[in-house]
Design a binder for this molecule. Structure first.
Ligand code: XIL
Length: 312
């Protein structure tokens, strides 16, 4: 039977965010993951509080295991994420001096990227740095270090692995919006300053029955800046209860986003944020919504998965 992995054009990776424990322990999860996807993004295993629960004590157990499994199954690994306001270890203190905050951030970026040098093809260096109005989002990093923390993080990551593709990633920017305009300006400025930003990641956490405003044109204008683009966290949540009509709306939106990616020659990867409703983050983070993935909770393919196959 045809699979997403087999049908995807060779220049575009097809990925899924994964839970390493399920990958290791659940045969049904693993079989679907390895037959449909040639890339994975650790859903949480590379986040800072997991990697460094206490100052100076790194714990690579979960990330090493997941990355080894992916490699054993011929899957590329997308690294998520080095700098994110919402995932800072609790021992990092807002009251530290600028120098101390900066050196802790630098150490984290350098150590993490160096450890997986050659094993992670791309990194979300910074995640969600913009606010809805297109300005930089308030965060411990912006308050403590000022806007230059972004360029610094890219330079540190690039030094640690010159071959890794370095992305800036955000949500609410897949269509044209004020936030997307802000991201566009930021990427243009960073590139003009020679900062090693190689790609823009569009999360695309979407809701069935909606559509981003001109996703294709939006991806194209970023590509014209000389960067790659990627759909990094696609899911399409449904307002419960599920109906046949909503599943079809969902399928159309998945297909729409794949079409936008395939329309842009430098769209390098298309990643869904979880592939099965059995373990999607939507249930716990969006009360009243669910069924956001390509496979249902019994690991049966949904219309959305057929729609992607059909598009390929
Ligand atoms: C989410 C994970 O899916 C959850 O398991 C975790 O509890 C919180 O983070 N944007 C991102 C991802 O960049 O890191 C988030 O992942 C989903 C939203």
């Amino acid at each position: 039977a045809p699979t997403l992995r087999n049908l995807m054009p060779a220049n575009v990776r097809i990925g899924a965010a994964v839970d390493g424990r399920l990958y290791a322990a659940d045969a049904r999860y693993r079989d679907t993951l390895t037959s449909d996807f040639n890339a994975v993004t650790p859903e949480n295993a590379l986040k800072w509080p997991i990697l460094q629960p206490e100052p100076g004590r790194y714990d690579w157990t979960a990330s090493d295991e997941l990355i080894e499994l992916a490699r054993a199954n011929g899957q590329a690994v997308y690294g998520h994420t080095l700098v994110w306001h919402s995932s800072v270890p609790s021992w990092v203190s807002e009251s530290w001096s600028r120098e101390r905050l900066r050196s802790v951030l630098r150490e984290h970026v350098q150590t993490t990227v160096t450890r997986y040098r050659g094993k992670i093809w791309a990194w979300d260096v910074v995640n969600e740095v913009l606010a809805e109005d297109g300005k930089l989002r308030d965060s411990i990093w912006l308050r403590g270090l000022g806007p230059t923390y972004i360029a610094d993080a890219f330079r540190w990551a690039h030094e640690a692995d010159p071959d890794a593709r370095l992305f800036i990633n955000d949500y609410g920017v897949e269509g044209r919006s004020r936030k997307a305009d802000g991201l566009f300006k930021l990427v243009r400025e960073l590139r003009a300053q020679g900062v090693p930003v190689h790609g823009v990641g569009f999360q695309a956490h979407l809701r069935a029955g909606t559509a981003p405003n001109d996703a294709t044109g939006n991806l194209r204008r970023f590509a014209a800046l000389g960067v790659s683009v990627a759909i990094t966290e696609l899911d399409v949540r449904i307002a419960l209860p599920v109906s046949t009509e909503k599943l079809l709306d969902q399928a159309l939106l998945y297909q729409h986003m794949l079409r936008a990616c395939l329309a842009v020659p430098t769209c390098e990867s298309f990643t869904v944020w979880g592939f099965t409703d059995a373990s999607s983050w939507i249930t716990s983070h969006y009360p009243g919504y669910g069924a956001a993935c390509l496979y249902d909770s019994d690991m049966k393919p949904k219309p959305a998965r057929d729609a992607l196959l059909h598009e390929l």
